[in-house]
Design a protein. Structure first.
Length: 218
């Protein structure tokens, strides 16, 4: 039932449907690249009990596609986790049921403050990934100036995609899920502003050891 409700959030919103159609239309006009097309954190594994090389698995959706799909999915994963961490129980609420029910009792001001703090923690990771991507594909922006904006739009869609997937095992959509959909909607409908917020700059940053190895963002 929650999954049906999640789909209804998409299908009843004509602005979201129109934005998704525009995104798919754009995909047909841009340079395609080999893409995973189902990028999530649980698709990454480390060999040797977490101490070895990092691998990306589950390639059944692999195909030539808009590279913005994978870039956007990575950014969207951090957005998704940032949203859910807002409502996670705090240590202060431990042992007090009225304060530890997944943070649903938070005031609007508390939600905004926790959400902003959570996003600030994750933005350096998104920026490091983006700069690493541009170092691997130095001609990406020269060939495709619209890549950052489409990646942001796909990040917005990723919020809906994860929402629909996680709703499968629930009877109702909880407030966290609806908050995730609201953030996804904002990003999807305003990808240009979202790209700037997420650090998906249209300009490649100068090469520095900090940007290249990402050691501070692991």
């Amino acid at each position: 039932m929650a999954q049906i409700a999640a789909w209804q959030l998409v299908q009843d919103d004509t602005e979201v449907v129109d934005a998704l159609h525009r995104l798919r239309d754009l995909e047909r006009t841009v340079p395609l690249a080999p893409a995973h097309c189902d990028l999530r954190f649980d698709q990454f594994i480390r060999a040797d009990e977490g101490a070895g090389e990092l691998y990306l698995v589950d390639w059944e959706e692999f195909r030539l596609a808009d590279p913005a799909r994978d870039v956007g999915a990575f950014a969207g994963e951090w957005l998704f986790h940032a949203t859910y961490s807002v409502f996670a129980p705090t240590e202060a609420g431990a042992g007090r049921p009225e304060e530890s029910t997944a943070g649903f009792g938070l005031t609007h001001e508390e939600i905004v403050a926790r959400g902003s703090a959570s996003l600030r923690r994750h933005l350096p990771r998104i920026a490091a990934f983006w700069q690493g991507y541009l170092e691997c594909r130095p001609q990406a922006l020269a060939l495709d100036a619209g890549l950052p904006e489409r990646a942001a739009a796909y990040a917005g869609w990723h919020m809906y995609d994860r929402l629909i997937a996680t709703a499968e095992s629930h009877a109702t959509l909880n407030p966290v899920a609806r908050a995730a959909a609201g953030i996804g909607r904002t990003v999807l409908l305003g990808p240009s502003a979202a790209a700037r917020t997420l650090g998906l700059s249209a300009e490649r940053a100068p090469h520095t050891p900090h940007a290249s190895n990402g050691s501070d963002h692991r």
